[in-house]
Design a protein. Structure first.
Length: 66
């Protein structure tokens, strides 16, 4: 029970988020790192761009009118 309680601590969540963010950044840099035009490369390699993009797509799917 103590292990489960420790799993949901803020420090553990922070470490998980940092590891996820760094890994996602490395994957994006590997995929888009060869683009020669720097502003586009920086935009597509930025994890926050993709997180916001996915959230906006999900919101548009949820709230679209039929």
């Amino acid at each position: 029970m103590e292990t489960i309680k420790n799993f949901f601590t803020s420090e553990n969540f922070k470490n998980f988020w940092i590891n996820f963010y760094n890994g996602f950044e490395n994957v994006l840099d590997f995929i888009f790192g060869k683009i020669k035009y720097e502003p586009i490369r920086e935009l597509l390699s930025n994890p926050w761009f993709w997180i916001i993009f996915v959230v906006l797509v999900l919101l548009s799917v949820i709230f679209r009118k039929r």
